[in-house]
Design a protein around this ligand. Structure first.
Ligand code: KIV
Ligand code: ZN
Length: 519
């Protein structure tokens, strides 16, 4: 029997800390359910003390999830821990994850605390958390740059205080695989009560080493890896769940542990997270990128046709890419549409939502003969966006561009049920459409990103557009898909505008200034 490696997913917490990746409560529940279907062991649902909205979202996840453990992050102070405990209370399996920084630079410059006081805060936090649940995780923030002797001291004290998981984060993505593995090995060897806790790792990807560092640490004795779907996360992101899980499965010869993950849920969950957050997956991304299993060159195709394993180390079906990608067309009915979506892991909250999605499918099938899984996934994300953030809706768009003349867009929006229409010029049809929308909604937001990807191949493919807007320190992503990329762009802009209106204004970041939560 191999050891079990615990998969701790932090898409909803650390993933959400990426600028623009904020999610609504409903979106978090949808992702949490997908993670549970995937059989993730622990779901970090958020940082309950960040705002009332964050508290409510963690609580809603705790109400929705039955199998996986639901966890909330908490700084090492009583206020955060009480909030975390209350938020996770409805979950059958509950964890409080408390942390404090342990590196000299963080203790001196950020916390302004002496090492002795940091140890006391950690012990107090773990003891308080234990009064609510037996499952308490303690993290030494910036462990990768902490002094090993100090780590030994604080970890021993945290285990004595009742922590059953000890997390060693490489918060700034600075460590190298061999050194990080060595750090984990030496901590486990040196700390006298190390056998009373599971050692965990949490790696950021600033040098592109998050997955390599995590696997090296697991080979050195860590038995929990913290990761996110698509590697989402602060700055360059966290270790990607799909890469960790598939490396362990594909190279079972090299790893003395298994995960309990249902790998066929990987691609649907990746699409769901990308659709909700508006962070597209790059085509050459391992496991979940559109090209990850595409054998383009003639030589490769010949090899694959003769014997699959000549070039394929994994099967696309095993990670949830459907073998037959062409799925539906103009004449497909409601039953076929529902069945295919169920196979992709989607369910509808009501008949109204299903009917809306089906109508969108029919509209799309009028424009595009062949509908692929990717089209269906974009369509469902759009239906769910529309239901979640309905204040502004795109009703009509007409954009004209002609050589030698300035492009113009005429846009009709519904704002709180009232229809408004304007015309605006722009440097191109997309620019004109954005200018027209902005004339109506007047957000004054700054456009940080505009990107277009084709969802499938061919000139009749839908374009999937991501728009990132920033206003008053808040950053949001919007997404839209259509066979007409000017319309897709306008949908994405409207989606971002709606999201600007739904995010909580005041929200504490767990790791930045005021990290102890002291007013
Ligand atoms: O990167 C980090 O150190 C974290 C901790 C809060 C676990 O996200
Ligand atoms: Zn982190």
């Amino acid at each position: 029997m191999k050891d079990k490696l615990i998969i701790f997913d932090t898409t909803l917490r650390d993933g959400e800390q990426s600028p623009g990746a904020s999610m609504t409560q409903d979106e978090k529940i949808r992702i949490a359910k997908a993670l549970e279907r995937m059989r993730v062991d622990v779901i970090e649902a958020g940082f309950a003390a960040a705002s009332n909205g964050d508290f409510a979202a963690v609580r809603a996840v705790a109400e929705a999830v039955r199998e996986s453990t639901v966890c909330s992050l908490a700084r090492a102070n009583a206020g955060d821990i009480n909030k975390a405990a209350e938020a996770i209370q409805p979950a059958p399996r509950r964890r409080i994850h408390t942390f404090i920084a342990t590196s000299p630079i963080h203790m001196e410059k950020k916390l302004r605390m002496a090492p002795e006081d940091v140890v006391n805060a950690a012990v107090g936090a773990v003891k308080l958390a234990r009064s609510f649940t037996d499952d308490v995780e303690f993290s030494c923030e910036d462990a990768g740059r902490s002094e090993p002797d100090f780590l030994c001291r604080i970890i021993e004290a945290a285990i004595d205080a009742g922590a059953s998981t000890i997390n060693i984060p490489d918060t700034v993505g600075y460590t190298l695989p061999h050194a990080y593995g060595e750090l984990i090995r030496s901590l486990i060897e040196r700390i006298p009560n190390a056998d009373k806790a599971v050692f965990s790792v949490h790696c950021h990807n600033d040098l592109g080493l998050a997955v390599a560092n995590s696997l090296s640490a697991a080979l050195a004795g860590a038995r929990q890896i913290e990761c996110t779907i698509n590697g989402l996360g602060e700055r360059a992101g966290n270790a990607a769940l799909e890469e960790i899980v598939m490396a362990i499965r594909t190279r079972a010869d090299a790893f003395p542990f298994d995960t309990g993950i249902d790998t066929t849920q990987i691609v649907p969950t990746s699409r769901l997270v990308s659709g909700i957050t508006g962070f597209p997956v790059q085509p050459n991304k391992a496991i979940v990128g559109a090209n990850a299993f595409a054998h383009e060159s003639g030589i490769h195709q010949d090899g694959v046709l003769k014997h699959r394993q000549t070039y394929e180390i994994m099967r696309a079906e095993d990670v949830g890419w459907s073998a037959n990608k062409l799925v539906l067309g103009k004449h497909s009915g409601r039953a076929a549409f529902r069945a295919r979506l169920e196979e992709l892991g989607y369910s509808f909250k009501s008949d109204v939502e299903f009917n809306e999605a089906f109508q969108r499918f029919k509209d799309l099938a009028d424009k595009k003969h062949e509908i692929f899984d990717e089209d269906l996934q974009a369509l469902v994300s759009e239906t769910q966006h529309a239901r979640d953030h309905e204040r502004v809706q795109l009703l009509e768009l007409e954009a004209t561009s002609k050589t030698g003349t300035r492009p113009v867009a005429h846009v009709v929006l519904s704002v709180d049920g009232e229809s408004c229409d304007v015309t605006a010029p722009g440097d191109g049809p997309v620019d004109a459409a954005f200018a027209a929308i902005e004339k109506i909604v007047q957000t004054g937001a700054q456009l940080l990103l505009f990107s277009v990807n084709n969802i499938t191949t061919g000139t009749d493919s839908q374009g999937e557009v991501t728009v990132r807007l920033s206003k008053d320190g808040r950053v949001v992503n919007g997404q839209g898909a259509d066979t007409d990329i000017v319309i897709a762009s306008a949908k994405a802009y409207v989606n971002a505008v709606n999201r600007l209106g739904t995010l909580p204004a005041e929200r504490a970041h767990p790791q930045f200034a005021n990290a102890m939560g002291i007013p």
